[in-house]
Design a protein around this ligand. Structure first.
Ligand code: GTP
Ligand code: MG
Length: 242
C-alpha cells in the first residue's frame, strides 16, 4: 500500500479533529445544510493541496467536478493571496469540469484518470456528488437503477483514490424531509443523500452545521482513525479559518 498523506484544511481546529487534514487513498465527504460552508471548504482545499508539504499541502494540482455551477475562480484568487500563492497560478493548477447530468459526471471522472496516474493531480473535488443523480432519477421506481449507477460511479473513484494515492472530497446535501431525518441517529437529525451505497463508499464523513453568529461547526461522524470530535470554524475572504 502506497504511503498516504493528509492535506491541511487551513484551520488548526479542523485539522486537529482530522489528525492533520483530509487523507489520501480514501473518499471523504462533507455534508450539511445550505450555506454551512461546504463549497467554501472545497475552494480552500483546492488551494491547500497546491502548497508545499511542510505547509500542509500536497504539492499537486487539483481536479474539480462542478455539478451545481458554484465554482468561483475569483474566490480561489482571494484564498491564494492569504497563503502567498500567485492567484493566477492557483487557478491554472485547477482543472474544472461542469457536470451537466449524472452520465456526464461519470464520464468526467473517468476522463481524469490520466492526470491522476501521472501524479500531477493530488486532489479530486466533487461539489456536489448527488445533485445530478437527484434530478436524473426522480421516480420511486428508478431508485434501484439510480443506486446501481451511483455505486459504479463511487467504485471508480474508490479505485482511483487507492491506485493513484489521491485525496477525494465529496460535497453532499441533506434531505429536506424532516420526517426522514428523524430516522438517522447520530447526525443531529440531518440525513445525507445517497443512502447506504454512498455511506459504504466513504472513509470519513463530516457533518457541517451553523453555530452561534458567524460560527460554523464541523463534526466527525464516521472515521476509522478519528474520534467523533467537533471543531468550530469561520468562513473568511481567505477561506476556512479558525
Ligand atoms: P449550499 O451549496 O447552498 O448547500 O451551501 P454551502 O454549504 O456550499 O455554503 P457555502 O460554502 O457556499 O457558504 C456560504 C457562506 O459562505 C455564506 O454564509 C457566505 O456569506 C460565506 N462566504 C462566501 N464567500 C465569502 C467571502 O468571500 N467572505 C466571507 N467572509 N464569507 C463568504
Ligand atoms: Mg455549495
Amino acid at each position: 500500500r502506497k504511503r498516504c498523506f493528509r492535506i491541511s484544511t487551513g484551520s488548526k481546529q479542523w485539522d486537529s479533529i482530522l489528525a492533520g487534514g483530509f487523507q489520501s487513498c480514501s473518499i471523504n465527504e462533507v455534508y450539511g445544510e445550505f450555506r454551512c460552508g461546504k463549497t467554501q471548504l472545497v475552494h480552500t482545499m483546492a488551494v491547500m493541496a497546491q502548497l508545499p508539504k511542510d505547509q500542509g499541502g500536497a504539492e499537486g494540482r487539483v481536479a474539480v467536478i462542478d455539478s451545481e455551477g458554484t465554482w468561483r475562480p475569483e474566490r480561489i484568487a482571494q484564498i491564494a493571496e492569504r497563503f502567498g500563492v500567485d492567484p493566477e497560478l492557483a487557478n491554472e493548477n485547477i482543472v474544472v469540469g461542469r457536470a451537466l447530468n449524472s452520465e456526464h459526471q461519470h464520464e468526467l471522472v473517468c476522463g481524469l484518470s490520466e492526470r491522476f496516474a501521472t501524479g500531477e493531480c493530488r486532489l479530486l473535488i466533487v461539489d456536489s456528488i448527488m445533485c445530478n443523480w437527484r434530478t436524473d432519477y426522480t421516480g420511486r421506481g428508478e431508485l434501484a437503477d439510480r443506486q446501481q449507477r451511483l455505486g459504479q460511479h463511487l467504485k471508480h473513484m474508490t479505485l482511483m483514490a487507492e491506485e493513484f494515492n489521491i485525496t477525494i472530497m465529496l460535497v453532499n446535501q441533506v434531505q429536506s424531509d424532516p420526517g426522514a431525518s428523524a430516522l438517522f441517529a447520530g447526525a443531529d437529525g440531518r440525513k445525507p443523500l445517497g443512502g447506504h451505497v454512498l455511506g459504504h463508499a466513504l472513509t470519513t464523513r463530516i457533518l457541517l452545521r451553523k453555530g452561534r453568529g458567524e460560527e460554523r461547526v464541523a463534526k466527525v461522524i464516521d472515521s476509522p482513525d478519528c474520534a467523533e470530535k467537533e471543531a468550530t470554524y469561520i468562513i473568511t475572504t481567505g477561506g476556512i479559518n479558525d
